[in-house]
Design a protein around this ligand. Structure first.
Ligand code: ASP
Length: 352
C-alpha cells in the first residue's frame, strides 16, 4: 500500500486502546461551552480579551480530538467566569444530568473561565447524579495568543471524559496535563498555565498524549440532586482580617434577604470579638453560618475559647467547614439549605 493511502486510512481509523476502530465506534462526548479565556480573542476596539469563540470553533482548533471521541457541542453561556451565577450552575447541572442519562454519551466536557471554575466544578460534583465523568477545562492564555494552552487542555479534557478510569470520580478539572478533583482543587496562580492544584492532597492523575493515568480517587463525595423547582438562596462570604469589626455583616443584615453566611476566618476559623457579636446577630435570626478559613490548607477546628474563636462560634450554632475553602463551603451551604436549616443536619453535609 502506498504511504499516502496508509495516512488516509489511519485518519479514518483511529487507534483506541491499542486497536484500530472506525470513527463511528468512538465514544460520544457532549461539550457544553460557557466562554472564558479558552474562548477569548483580543478585541482591538475594547483593548482587551473578550469571549468570542463558539464551542464549535474551539473544537475545530483541535482536529486530533476526532481520533479519541466524537463530539457534540452546545452553548450554555458566553461569559467571563466572573459573571458565572448559581442560575447558570442550575442550567449546567440540568443539561449534564439530561445528557449523561442518555446511554449514548460517555461524558461531558464544560469549557469555562478559570476564575470561578472550581466553584462550578464543585457545584456539578454535588448535583450531577450520573457516575460518568464531568470535566471542566479552560485556558490561562487566550485563544488568539500564539502559545495558547486551550487546544492542548481541551484534548486532555476529552481524553479524560472518555476514560473508563474516570467513571465514578465526579467532576474534575483537567488542565496542564493534570487531573484534579472538584472538591479539592483551587486556582493558585493568576497567570501560570499550571494554576489548578490540589494543595493538600495532590492531583488525581495525569493526562498525556499516551493516555490517562489515575493514582488516587476522591473519597469525600456526596450528591444533593437539584430539579426544575430548586431555588438557591443568597449566601454571602465575609472575610476576617486584622481590624475587621463585623460592620460588613451588620450591613448585610440591614439590607435583608440573607439566607446563609460563610466566614473566611483567620487560622483555624477565628474572628474578632466584635465580628463575633455581628455573627451572633445573624444566628439570632436563625440564619445558618459556616466557618471556613482564609488559610489555603488544613481544616477549621474549635481549639480556642476566646470570644470569636472556634469554641464560642460552635456554641452559637455555627457549622465548621472542615477543609472546604470559603467559596466551596458557600456552594455546599447553598445546596444543603435546599434540604435543611438545622445546625445538626447541616453539620452532616460538612462532615461528609
Ligand atoms: N477571565 C477569565 C474567566 O473567564 C479568566 C480565564 O478564563 O482564565 O475566568
Amino acid at each position: 500500500m502506498k504511504p499516502i493511502r496508509l495516512v488516509l486510512l489511519s485518519l479514518c481509523l483511529p487507534i483506541l486502546a491499542g486497536r484500530l476502530v472506525a470513527a463511528a465506534e468512538l465514544p460520544l462526548v457532549k461539550i457544553l461551552s460557557t466562554g472564558g479565556t479558552i474562548a477569548s480573542r483580543y478585541d482591538p476596539v475594547q483593548k482587551g480579551f473578550v469571549p468570542a469563540l463558539s464551542g464549535e470553533q474551539l473544537v475545530e482548533a483541535v482536529p486530533e480530538i476526532s481520533t479519541v471521541a466524537r463530539l457534540e457541542v452546545e452553548a450554555v453561556a458566553s461569559i467571563g467566569s466572573s459573571d458565572m451565577t448559581p442560575e447558570i450552575w442550575l442550567k449546567l447541572a440540568q443539561r449534564a444530568n439530561e445528557v449523561l442519562a442518555d446511554p449514548k454519551y460517555s461524558g461531558v466536557v464544560i469549557t469555562h473561565g478559570t476564575d470561578t471554575m472550581e466553584e462550578t466544578a464543585y457545584f456539578l460534583d454535588l448535583t450531577v447524579t450520573s457516575n460518568k465523568p464531568v470535566i471542566l477545562v479552560g485556558a490561562q492564555r487566550a485563544a488568539s495568543i500564539k502559545d495558547t494552552d486551550g487546544p492542548r487542555n481541551l484534548m486532555g479534557a476529552v481524553r479524560v471524559a472518555v476514560s473508563p478510569e474516570a467513571v465514578g470520580k465526579g467532576a474534575m478539572i483537567v488542565m496542564n496535563g493534570e487531573i484534579n478533583a472538584a472538591r479539592e482543587v483551587t486556582k493558585t496562580s493568576t497567570l501560570d498555565v499550571g494554576t489548578f492544584r490540589t494543595l493538600e492532597f495532590g492531583k488525581l492523575g495525569y493526562v498525556e498524549d499516551d493516555g490517562v493515568r489515575f493514582y488516587r480517587a476522591p473519597t469525600r463525595r456526596q450528591t444533593i440532586p437539584v430539579g426544575p423547582a430548586t431555588k438557591l438562596g443568597r449566601i454571602e462570604i465575609v472575610m476576617h482580617y486584622a481590624g475587621a469589626d463585623g460592620s460588613v455583616i451588620r450591613g448585610l443584615l440591614q439590607q435583608g434577604g440573607l439566607d446563609g453566611l460563610v466566614i473566611a476566618g483567620a487560622g483555624l476559623g477565628h474572628v474578632s470579638g466584635s465580628m463575633f457579636d455581628a455573627i451572633e446577630q445573624v444566628r439570632a435570626r436563625g440564619i445558618p453560618v459556616v466557618i471556613s478559613t482564609r488559610v489555603h490548607t488544613g481544616r477549621t477546628l474549635p481549639l480556642y475559647a476566646a470570644k470569636g474563636s472556634g469554641v464560642s462560634l460552635v456554641k452559637i450554632g455555627c457549622v465548621e467547614a472542615d477543609n472546604l475553602s470559603p467559596q466551596k463551603a458557600r456552594v455546599l451551604l447553598m445546596l444543603a439549605l435546599t434540604r435543611t436549616k438545622e445546625t445538626e443536619a447541616l453539620k452532616t453535609y460538612f462532615q461528609h
